[in-house]
Write a protein that binds this ligand. Structure first.
Ligand SMILES: [Zn+2]
Length: 341
């Protein structure tokens, strides 16, 4: 699984520029699917057992968080806004690439605030990017407002079965879904029309998943995404106890389908796959929230991969959690084939 994962996380895919990563996903899916296509909004969807009446959708999102250039100062520094990055403070000092007019331009993020006497957190409005330009005119040769900025971060094997990388949210989910499509035989799900897909735009407003759900109108859908772990300094017990290496996370979310959650839990127990629980009092903040209310209402839930430091330049996951998430989804689909929800 690591080969595909590393390939995906080395391909930038900020919202609105997911095409390259979706091409890799498409290539991974198409040999194992009856058909694979790109829809009108850019989602990549593949199908196994097309034409079966009972339709199931697994979806991960292709986009990742980053920054957007908004202006260039007279001295040639770039000002930017966040596209879903977790906190401004963790970006100070990071190397970035700006996807400029013709090529990727290297830059360094710095903060206007040298020393914060009030100990207030650094805000995105305090950040600027130094690209080594001598003034605005020179900077404008290379970059323009609206250019994407992504943190330059090489994925690494971290030892102990861990991987460090950027955009693991949700390229971990894309990897799992690609392997479910690859490893499930047609006969394992012969009563199911199985769609496995990667959606654009989750980090902004889930427009990809919404369009997909409305077009496919599946009977059941699962968003495969990541969730923050609570196994590090500063974690508050009230936020739960999700940890790396404890398996996929099944959520209790009031608006999502309780019957799917219960079936997932029963399947994990039956197949002896470790899993853990998290609780959201309102929404899941994933594509599942939107799929649930698409068309005339679609039974939906989420399966999450535990991840440390979400929306930061250095996220961490455990490979064994990817494998267990894949195994749970495969087992769930086989059981669903015998007894639909
Ligand atoms: Zn995500």
């Amino acid at each position: 699984m690591k080969n595909l994962l590393f390939k995906l996380i080395q391909t930038p895919s900020l919202v609105g520029s997911e095409d390259a990563v979706l091409e890799s996903f498409r290539n991974a899916m198409s040999p194992h699917a009856d058909n694979t296509w790109t829809d009108r909004v850019g989602n990549v969807i593949s199908v196994k057992n097309a034409g079966k009446k009972y339709k199931v959708l697994l979806v991960a999102h292709a986009d990742e968080v980053g920054l957007l250039v908004t202006n260039i100062t007279e001295k040639g520094f770039l000002l930017c806004k966040s596209m879903g990055m977790g906190a401004a403070a963790m970006l100070v000092g990071q190397r970035v690439s700006i996807l400029g007019k013709n090529e990727a331009i290297p830059g360094i993020i710095q903060s206007k605030i040298k020393k914060d006497k009030n100990e207030k957190p650094v805000k995105f409005a305090d950040l600027f990017i130094d690209i080594g330009a001598k003034d605005k005119k020179e900077a404008e040769k290379w970059v323009s407002p609206g250019d994407y900025v992504y943190v330059t971060s090489r994925p690494i094997d971290f030892g102990n079965g861990l991987v460090v990388g950027k955009g693991l949210d949700d390229k971990a989910g894309m990897t799992v879904i690609a392997h479910v499509m690859k490893e499930l035989a047609h006969k394992d799900v012969d009563k199911i029309c199985l769609y496995c897909a990667a959606a654009v735009g989750e980090e902004i407003n889930s427009h990809g998943a919404r369009a997909m759900a409305a077009a496919l109108q599946p009977d059941l859908a699962i968003a495969v995404d990541v969730t923050e772990t609570m196994d590090k300094p500063g974690s508050d017990p009230i936020d739960g106890c999700v940890e790396l290496k404890k398996g996929p996370v099944l959520a209790r979310v009031p608006i999502l389908c309780r019957r799917i959650e219960e079936r997932l839990r029963a399947t994990a127990q039956q197949y002896r796959i470790p899993c853990q629980t998290e609780v959201y009092p309102y929404l899941s903040y994933t594509d599942a929230d939107y799929i649930h209310t698409a068309a005339q209402g679609i039974l939906s839930h989420i399966v999450s991969i535990p991840l440390r430091y979400m929306h930061s330049p250095q996220e961490i996951i455990a490979v064994q959690d990817l494998e267990h998430t894949r195994d749970l989804l495969k087992a769930f689909l086989k059981e669903l084939n015998n007894a639909p929800i």
